[in-house]
Design a binder for this molecule. Structure first.
Ligand code: S3P
Ligand code: PEP
Length: 413
């Protein structure tokens, strides 16, 4: 059995930073993720005037229920959509101040129109410099009254998460009716974490009612990142008789991406989930399958990376929004599988692969951490895979290559 220590969850760390910054008091965040996305989030908070101190294994955030301390700020959100969507929302709730937000070239292309539209509906003074619904943008904060909203979160659940977290910072609270929702388990993370910071959201079907009143500071332990864990679980699934155990992700895990292990189970892997750990053991043969990954689409590339080794076709459905992530992931997966000599087809919201024997090639990463990490799993069975930008793993897991090399070494021994 190989025990893997997976760094903290990006999604949980980003939410915790937002909630801690807005809370009344100082929050201690245990085992936060230190990666480009979350460092970018913390840097943005500092630019807005929030105090963050670090001690080994912990970040301490001074909450400011009244909003940013800075009267003006220029915030670069890097390549992180949580930063690019959550931080402007936090700043908009401030009593006064003018804040400009920009992001990487890819993040500028990624949409946030339904979120900026909703903020404007709430009376936020928000101006785009270029295309509507895209970075860069400037917000002139003057507090938010609150009220009713209708939101289409069919392209990204992050719009809904941002508005839910905003709710307690408005004078009257928010009532949000959601007409469509993708990546639904991420909203469950949001609701659970808001509860940990003292706010109970009432939910009736598609309607979320968020009370005013602000957040309470707390001590919060970040669980390991379930999407990151998927590469190690997939590695076990690809290696008959090998086991990977990830402590800290058990039956109580907040992240929906732990559901990737259910996909591996359907393919034949043995999966054991206890209260505080998940273990995957590789089967003799991997079965093909058709699977809907709408809820867990960050793990779509992970499955694409091992799909050629299944003994039947693998078809992944309902993942249209993976086309507006760090790259167009459906096209990037198909392109790289083709480079490896594997037959892959895509449609508007699906990808399908045929069984094959990948051969060495350079992976076109498109700057996407998940493309690198997914094809690193393929590389367990395909010597000679290289990447045009291996360093882009820094977005969520700067230590990935070392951790994966350690796994390979352990299994060779
Ligand atoms: O809320 C979050 O932390 C996230 C939500 C998901 O995005 P979408 O809702 O845009 O699919 C996921 O892909 C992303 O990595 C993190
Ligand atoms: C899509 C991702 O990130 P984000 O949307 O937070 O930039 C991801 O980490 O796979």
């Amino acid at each position: 059995m190989t025990v893997i220590d997976i760094p903290g969850s990006k999604s949980v760390t980003a939410r915790a930073l937002f909630l801690a910054a807005a809370a009344d008091g100082t929050t201690t965040l245990l085992r936060p993720l230190a990666s480009d996305d979350t460092e970018g989030f913390a840097e943005g908070l500092r630019a807005l005037g929030y105090g963050i101190e670090r001690t080994p294994g912990a970040w301490h955030i001074e909450g400011r229920p009244e909003g940013p301390a800075a009267a003006e700020a220029d915030v670069h959100c890097r390549d992180g959509a949580t930063t690019a969507r959550f931080l402007p929302t936090l700043a908009a709730a401030g009593a006064s101040g003018t804040y400009r937000f920009d992001a990487s070239a890819q993040m500028r292309r990624r949409p946030l129109g339904p979120l900026t539209g909703a903020l404007r509906t709430l009376g936020v003074d928000l101006r785009h410099e270029g295309a509507e619904g895209h970075h860069p943008l400037t917000i002139a904060a003057h507090g938010i009254e609150g009220g009713e909203l209708t939101l289409d979160a069919g392209q990204s659940s992050q719009y809904l998460t941002a508005l839910l977290m905003l709710g307690p910072l408005t004078a009257e609270g928010l009532r949000i009716t959601v007409t469509d929702l993708v990546s639904a388990p991420y909203v469950e993370i949001t609701l659970a974490m808001m509860r940990a910071f003292g706010v109970e959201v009432a939910r009736e079907g598609d309607v979320f009612t968020v009370p005013p009143g602000g957040y309470r500071a707390t001590t919060y332990a970040v669980e390991p990142d379930a999407s990151t864990a998927s590469y190690f679980f997939a590695a076990a699934a690809l290696t008959p008789g090998r086991e990977v155990t990830v402590p800290g992700l058990g039956t109580g895990a907040l992240q929906g991406d732990i559901g990737f292990t259910e996909v591996l189970r359907r393919m034949g892997a043995e999966v054991r989930i206890t209260e505080d750990a998940t273990t995957v053991r590789g089967p003799e043969r991997l079965a093909g399958l058709t699977v809907n990954m709408r809820d867990i689409s960050d793990t779509m590339p992970t499955l694409a990376g091992i799909a050629p080794f299944a003994d039947g076709p693998v078809r992944i459905e309902d993942v249209a929004n993976t086309r507006v992530k760090e790259c167009d992931r459906l096209d990037a997966c198909a392109q790289n599988l083709t480079r490896l000599g594997v037959t892959a087809r895509t449609g508007p919201d699906w990808i399908e692969t045929e069984p094959g024997t990948p051969r060495a090639a350079e992976i076109a990463t498109h700057g996407d951490h998940r493309i690198v990490m997914s094809f690193a799993v393929t590389g367990l069975r395909t010597p000679g895979i290289t990447y045009d930008d291996p360093g882009c793993v820094r977005k969520t897991f700067p230590g990935f290559h070392d951790a994966f090399a350690d796994l390979r070494k352990a299994w060779r021994a």
